[in-house]
Structures are given as structure tokens and as C-alpha cells.
Design a protein. Sequence first.
Length: 124
Amino acid sequence: MKWNYKIIGGLYATSLILLAVLPLNTSRVDNVWVLSWRGDYWIHMLQFIPCIPVFSKIGPLSVSLAFGVGLAIITEGVQWWLPYRAFNINDLMANGLGVILGFFFVIILSILKNFLSTSTKTKL
């Protein structure tokens, strides 16, 4: 089962890197604003939320968090050297926010899982 998560994690990381380096036109999303945030910032955040849940199935949570932050930095940082892409600190912050939200999602699910398992044991 763990190898399935390794494949999913590898495909996920590869897709994030490809989205960062391919010359994609996102000008339509740049003009959309939701809660004073440009649409592409929301997309950046949503792309990185699954990072920690996926990678925490492969290894320890601390390693998953470090890998998620590293992936967020690399995917935005590589755009500094690409002439057809633009590095944006706000994109990097949205990537990081997605990683942090994914981390809290895993923590909350873990707490709920422990709470539910202990509450069902006490009823027996």
C-alpha cells in the first residue's frame, strides 16, 4: 500500500514542478479577485494543500513538512531563471500557506481519529 502513495506522491510532485516550469498563460486567472486575493494565489494555495496529506503516508510528518516547504520554494524559485516565467513572492507565500493548511489538516484528522478510536473503545 505504501508504494501506491510513493507513486501518487511522485506524480503529484512532478505535476507541481511541470506546472512551475511550463510556459502556461494564466492571465485570465490573474484578473480574478476573491476576498482581495488574486485568483492565481488561490490556485497556488489549493495546489499545495494535498502535499502534506500525500507525503505523510510515505514518511514521518516532519519529513513531509520539510519536503512540502522545499517543494514550495523550488517550484517558485526555479521561475527566477526562466525567461518566460516570473518569480512572485506572493505566489511563494500562497504555496507555503497551502503546505501549512495541509499540515494542520493532517494534525486535525489525526486528533479526530484518535478521539474516535478511544471513544469507541470506551463504549465497548
